[in-house]
Design a protein around this ligand. Structure first.
Ligand SMILES: [Zn+2]
Length: 433
């Protein structure tokens, strides 16, 4: 799409010079992401005038986002200086808040993880502690947000990076997160309701802070640095303890009015009556998450069915042990994986019919359950997709660990750095001169 088409799509007149300038700058910055280029290369690739490119490059160098390195090949005359994204500065911090602590990473501007650590954080007393909730809401630095700031500073120090070279901090967690305001609307893990996270942490650290739902963070990582790069319409479905989805629609992540888009785990499934963690019954999550698999096995054993898992102590029953039993030919284990996989596939089909994506990525800790689960999901998705919509859907399974979740949070920051000014949540102004 041309720049003018992009502008008119958003009802913006050509006269808006500041926005035009920002869009041009964004264009040049993204072109430089593709590799080391001379100014003449940038002129050729972008179609901008040499004077405009020169001015933008000067500004990007001044902001420390781009640097000049060595000399390119001469086409007669003086060999040109080569420009590239400055990956010796511009680090991002990513953090995933979890039940018993946080996973923290420091990445470079290309989202390569330079340092990662697990921080044991005693969030307690959190659950049900309304006093702590109130302090967190008021941005009291002695509260849980203070612990987040400390973890960021420690990780940056251990990564051997200066705080002045960090472009921003991304924080992700399970729950409903309003990214535009940096507010956690609801977190079942921390029992948070309307807790302002970004503002107090940003003030304390002196850095831009973005907060996002964890599945959305993983989706942003795929969008800017993964399989979704260059794909305008795709979905990421995560499965594990919960079931959720991240949606990229028309080139942009879709978070919904309050940040709650993609909660497919709580689609009601006809004919199902199992209890869900959300307090309702018949939710997709209750019949397709990891607990659905182990629950299926327990039920079958309770009815006296024979299985390799019959002798296993109840606490050793996990998706991995079920997977191993299934791989050894155990019928109950195989049925459990397939039943949960089929249900997940129905949920994915609903998204395929709704959004017509080009790519579906299944991720999350639940991918450890192995191919029986996701092959059943793909089959059910293909059977339920409308009018052959599944035919042009690429399907990938990516496993994920604590580091990948935290890297996703860092990618929320980096994605913002590369985003069109049309779709930015916050201005990532450099904190240094
Ligand atoms: Zn539910």
């Amino acid at each position: 799409m041309s720049r003018d088409q992009e502008l008119s799509k958003h009802g913006i007149r050509r006269g808006d010079r500041r926005l035009m300038a920002e869009m041009n700058r964004n264009l040049v910055f993204n072109v430089l992401r593709t590799g080391a280029l001379s100014r003449a290369d940038v002129v050729r690739t972008t179609g901008l005038s040499p004077a405009t490119v020169s001015a933008i490059v000067g500004e990007l160098i001044e902001r420390g986002l781009v640097n000049e390195v060595g000399h390119g090949r001469s086409r007669g005359g003086r060999p040109p200086l080569v420009l590239r994204i400055n990956d010796e500065r511009n680090y991002a911090v990513g953090m995933k808040l979890m039940k018993n602590g946080a996973s923290v990473v420091v990445t470079d501007i290309r989202a390569e993880v330079l340092h990662s650590e697990m921080v044991a954080v005693d969030w307690a007393p959190v659950s049900g502690d309304s006093a702590l909730n109130a302090r967190a809401r008021a941005g009291d630095p002695s509260s849980v947000l203070d612990r987040i700031c400390q973890a960021v500073e420690d990780a940056v120090g251990r990564a051997g990076v200066g705080m002045g070279d960090v472009v921003g901090v991304g924080i992700c967690l399970a729950g409903i997160v309003e990214t535009a305001t940096g507010t956690c609307r609801y977190s079942p893990t921390f029992d948070w309701h309307d807790v302002a996270v970004a503002g107090p942490v940003a003030r304390r650290l002196g850095l831009p802070v973005l907060v996002d739902n964890d599945v959305n963070a993983l989706t942003v990582a795929e969008q800017w640095f993964g399989r979704g790069h260059g794909v305008d319409d795709f979905i990421v479905v995560t499965v594990g303890e919960g079931v959720g989805a991240g949606l990229v629609v028309g080139g942009n992540i879709y978070r919904g009015a309050e940040g709650a888009a993609g909660e497919i785990g709580h689609l009601r499934v006809a004919g199902q009556t199992g209890s869900c963690r959300c307090g309702r019954t018949g939710c997709l999550e209750a019949v397709s998450n990891d607990a659905a698999i182990t629950g299926y096995v327990k039920d079958a054993l309770g009815r006296g069915r024979l299985s390799l898992l019959s002798e296993a102590p109840a606490e050793s029953l996990t998706v991995e042990t079920v997977r191993r039993a299934a791989e050894s030919g155990d019928q109950v284990a195989g049925e459990a994986l397939e039943a949960a996989g089929r249900m997940l596939g129905l949920g994915i089909a609903a998204l395929v019919n709704l959004l017509n994506p080009r790519l579906v990525i299944v991720s999350g800790e639940g991918t450890r359950a192995g191919p029986l689960r996701w092959e059943a999901a793909i089959l059910a998705m293909r059977e339920s997709a409308f009018a052959g919509l599944d035919r042009n859907v690429d399907f990938f399974v990516d496993s994920v660990d604590d580091v990948a979740w935290a890297r996703g949070a860092a990618c929320v920051v980096l994605g913002e750095l590369f985003s069109s000014p049309m779709h930015r949540n916050v201005a990532l102004e450099p904190v240094r001169a």
